[in-house]
Design a binder for this molecule. Structure first.
Ligand SMILES: C[S@@+](CC[C@H](N)C(=O)[O-])C[C@H]1O[C@@H](n2cnc3c(N)ncnc32)[C@H](O)[C@@H]1O
Length: 286
């Protein structure tokens, strides 16, 4: 079987299994197997696969057909240009969250200080902490998560991306483990925001492979916003900001939650599809 035939056959199989963008998935799996950039496949369409390569590809395509996420199969994803290892222990970083990182670093460069401090609340793979540490050499970041397994993965990612020396890892249920008096220039978070009952309706890649603790936002999906709005202020410097991602359709409810807790909402930002997805606020009681 040639490379082109393998792509066509795999894409056909994945399409029948309900995988979105089956051709792209087939190409990505084969490129991963052959250890070449996906585009290079196009220069190798006539190359014959060896028998072991064919067997290995069949195995990868079978896993993808069972709706295991592509990122889990290849072991990593790209986030703001950084390679981030992924596993069942943490949410696969999403492209929308890159925008949150961008708002974060655009704010940090306006803090004219030799040291800026950031709390990444619910760090997961550590993607936000790593992107901010890499972009802002004067940033010291606390990456907090409830899950020790997620924190171990985040630490590994920080080491692989050579920013581990400026990231502290903290296991904590909410703000509980943060020392009283600790204050940050920026609190950034992409908390769980799926209403509990909706988790079962999500696509299998998310429902069966992202950790439940990374998805479940309580009955209406808003538990973490209530929590952040009620408890984050003492951990923010007077000029500091909080930036939080949320789900499509949650903007009005979240704006109300923050305003009721006397935050000044500076902006609600949209994602690439023009859906409101990020709230930026500061303490309105100062
Ligand atoms: C939606 S994931 C976000 C991961 C990562 N920041 C990202 O954007 O890809 C939310 C994270 O919050 C963590 N989390 C859930 N409940 C928590 C709690 N009570 N305290 C701290 N972290 C929590 C989960 O373990 C998960 O890693």
């Amino acid at each position: 079987m040639t490379v082109l035939e393998a792509i066509q056959k795999s894409a056909d199989f994945l399409g029948k299994k309900g995988v979105e963008s089956p051709r792209l998935n087939a190409e990505s799996l084969l490129a991963h197997l052959l250890k070449m950039p996906r585009m290079k496949l196009y220069l190798n369409f006539d190359r014959a696969l060896t028998a072991p390569e064919t067997d290995a590809l069949r195995e990868l395509v079978k896993r993808r057909g069972q709706r295991e996420p592509l990122q889990h199969i290849v072991g990593s994803t790209s986030f703001c240009g950084h390679e981030i290892s992924v596993s069942r222990h943490a949410l696969v970083p999403r492209p929308e969250t890159e925008l949150l990182a961008e708002y974060g670093w655009n704010f940090l460069v306006t803090c004219h200080s030799s040291l800026v401090t950031v709390l990444d609340f619910g760090t997961g793979t550590g993607c936000l902490a790593i992107a901010l540490a890499a972009k802002c050499p004067n940033a010291q970041i606390t990456a907090l998560d409830l899950s020790p397994d997620a924190l171990a993965l985040a630490k590994l990612n920080a080491l692989q991306n050579k920013v581990a020396e400026r990231i502290g890892f903290l296991q904590s249920d909410g703000f509980a483990a943060l020392a009283t008096g600790t204050q940050f220039d920026l609190i950034i978070s992409n908390p769980p925001y799926i209403p509990s009952a909706e988790i079962e309706t999500l696509q299998p890649e998310v429902r069966d492979f992202d950790p439940r603790a990374a998805l479940d936002g309580g009955a209406d999906g808003l538990d973490f916003y209530r929590w952040l709005a009620a408890e984050a202020k003492p951990f923010l410097k007077p000029e500091g900001k909080i930036m939080v991602e949320f789900g499509d359709g949650q903007a009005d409810a979240i704006k109300n939650i923050f305003e009721n807790e006397k935050w000044i909402v500076e902006a609600v930002q949209e994602d690439y599809s023009h859906r409101a997805r990020i709230i930026i606020a500061r303490n309105g009681e100062i």
